[in-house]
Design a protein around this ligand. Sequence first.
Ligand code: SAH
Ligand code: SF4
Length: 355
Amino acid sequence: MNKESIYGFTKDQLEEWLMENGHKKSRAAQVWDWLYRKRVTDFSEMTDVNQECIQLLKENFIIQTLQQHIKQESADGTIKFLFKLHDGHLIETVLMRHKYGSSVCVTTQVGCNIGCSFCASGLLAKSRDLSSGEIVEQIMNVQLHLDKIGQGEIVSHIVVMGIGEPFDNFVNLLNFLNVIIDHKGLAIAARRITVSTSGLADKIYEFTDTKMQVNLAISFHAPNNELRSRIMKINNAIPIEKLLKSMEYYIEKTNRRITIEYILLKDVNDHKEEATELADLLGHLKHQLYVNLIPYNPVDEHSQYQRSEQESVLAFYDTLKKRGINCKIRQEHGTDIDAACGQLRSKQMKKEKVQ
Ligand code: SAH
Ligand code: SF4
């Protein structure tokens, strides 16, 4: 049996586990501090924790289960990590440098069952969910890499937009969020975290009810059911009307703005008509959301899709703006290093023929 990463515990769970195993509750705070503030990678380095407790932790957990497989650095400072999980699966994590801080994009599943027609991550069915420890580990690996560089750079923002559908791994996602938000640990503020979903409406209600104040992004990509179902088959099960209701609930309860993600696919969803239709559909929420227009990253296996012409992108943007919809064109990061989620992994898997 493989030992799990201790990063999988929320602070409450760690306290509970230590107490069940005969240790004081206050030990958890010490261990937590060593893990997330001093950031040691070996239990033996926790010098003020008693030997008996260290032994117990060593017997039951490890700190790092991920192995760095490949690291690609882009001219703009973006770094893409490919990690190998204990069972050999490969996952991607990306560090992006912005003016406002450093953000990490994490993976939540090995593959994805939603199978959107344009996405590299959905090419292979999901093999398994990541544990919450494996999701936290991705951030810790990046932070440890930055610590090594020694310039005090801190991961300040998180986007859950890597491989997988986070709301299809809901419990582990919530545990992960609890760990990284904890103010005695990494202390990443909820408002600096964004979770992106293909639109699992039931989970949007549940997520709202956690009252976490984490931002929500929705992969929308089309202004009507006919087109959306064609490019995202999940829309057959959860049509736009149902999705919109859950989004309205999130907005009403959290008072936070939603990000609408819209990949522009040449001649598919990038005409002015679609922009107008999108503005009509979302107009009643225009003060509570903004649209992120995403340049498409071509995927070899999905050759039916191409990136929109710059002219169409600007016309789409203008049409939305004129209708009072907040929007921006997403700035690209690391295009020279297969930055579209799932791309590096699928290319590497083809090369290595590993699963
Ligand atoms: N499963 C979740 C989160 C991961 S995908 C979701 O779908 O929201 C994160 C974002 O990347 C989504 O908006 C997705 O539509 C987008 N994406 C997927 N493939 C892409 C590609 N080839 N080029 C650009 N964006 C892509
Ligand atoms: Fe899965 Fe998101 Fe890719 Fe769709 S876009 S296949 S939901 S990872």
